[in-house]
Design a protein around this ligand. Structure first.
Ligand SMILES: [Zn+2]
Length: 143
């Protein structure tokens, strides 16, 4: 198990190696001294933020296509939130409303929701369609 995370500085784009046990102590960028921020829980994005928040992300990122009317989406929502909070620096969880972002849904050929896509270094490595228990999601995310 890798005990380091690579965090991209939001200010100067430098990639910083940070030990996982130090992640909660607000590490700063080795180059510019800015705080290296890690989302606490899931974050929600629009299609325009996809490149920056998912493709350029240096830690493994799970993108959740969901919609407010979708029961199974609402079921895994709190689980994903909890996972994102429990594994800082090891997984980033990003939610996108598939109704409001049809272009991205089309780009990834989303057939049904929820669809959870796992990205590493900006590439899709795996996807999961439909709701699943926490244990299954953790396995899917290699946590
Ligand atoms: Zn920096």
């Amino acid at each position: 198990m890798n005990n380091e995370a690579i965090l991209r500085c939001r200010n100067c784009e430098t990639k910083n190696r940070v030990k996982l046990e130090k992640i909660s102590s607000l590490p700063i960028c080795g180059k510019c001294g800015s705080k290296l921020e890690i989302p606490k829980g899931t974050i929600s994005i629009e299609g325009s933020e996809f490149s920056r928040e998912v493709l350029a992300e240096t830690i493994p990122t799970a993108l959740d296509f969901w919609a407010p009317w979708c029961g199974p989406c609402r079921m895994i929502g709190p689980i994903l939130d909890d996972i994102a909070r429990s594994y800082p620096g090891r997984i980033k969880v990003v939610k996108i409303n598939s109704d409001e972002n049809p272009n991205l849904s089309m780009q990834f050929s989303i057939q049904g929701i929820p669809t959870l896509i796992l990205f590493r270094d900006g590439k899709e490595v795996n996807r999961m369609v439909g709701a699943a228990p926490r244990e299954h999601i953790l396995q899917f995310l290699h946590l």
